[in-house]
Design a protein around this ligand. Structure first.
Ligand code: HEC
Length: 118
């Protein structure tokens, strides 16, 4: 039973992987283009928290997580991660903010931290 669902999973995974890799690229490129990477890195704290760590805080499909993140990306935020506030990013369109938020959330199960914790 387990083996069977596992092979189904693997099959789905291999089908899903190609577009997934593409989405990852788009996310990083968008983050670079919007200047997010001057303060954030995918897996390392710089000025702002690592994207994978943000993803983990919101992992588990909390309702509205993507909308919430899209909003904080555009409006900035303070006091949730440390003493340094994040300035608003008005150059990011609402649609791009949604893309970035979805990308960040997608990092939750690929980061090395998640694997180390389990
Ligand atoms: C000037 C530095 C800076 C830039 C540029 C920046 N951030 Fe941030 N970001 C921060 C800091 C600092 C925090 C932590 C703020 C806090 O403690 O609430 C943060 C927090 C976040 C959070 C978590 C919000 C929350 O409520 O938990 C997300 C998501 C995020 N940034 C995404 C982005 C994206 C996407 C971009 C590019 C459009 C971006 N950031 C650009 C510094 C920056």
């Amino acid at each position: 039973m387990v083996a069977r669902s596992l092979s189904v999973l693997l099959c789905l995974l291999s089908m899903a992987l190609a577009p997934f890799a593409h989405a990852q690229m788009v996310g990083v490129e968008l983050a670079r283009a919007k200047n997010c990477l001057s303060c954030h890195q995918v897996d390392k704290k710089v000025v702002g928290p690592a994207m994978t760590v943000i993803a983990q805080r919101f992992a588990g499909g909390q309702e509205g997580a993507q909308n919430y993140l899209a909003q904080t990306i555009r409006n900035g935020g303070r006091g949730r991660w440390g003493p340094v506030p994040m300035p608003a990013q008005p150059q990011v369109s609402p649609a791009d903010a949604q893309l970035l938020a979805a990308w960040i959330l997608s990092l939750a199960d690929t980061g090395p931290e998640t694997q180390a914790k389990e």
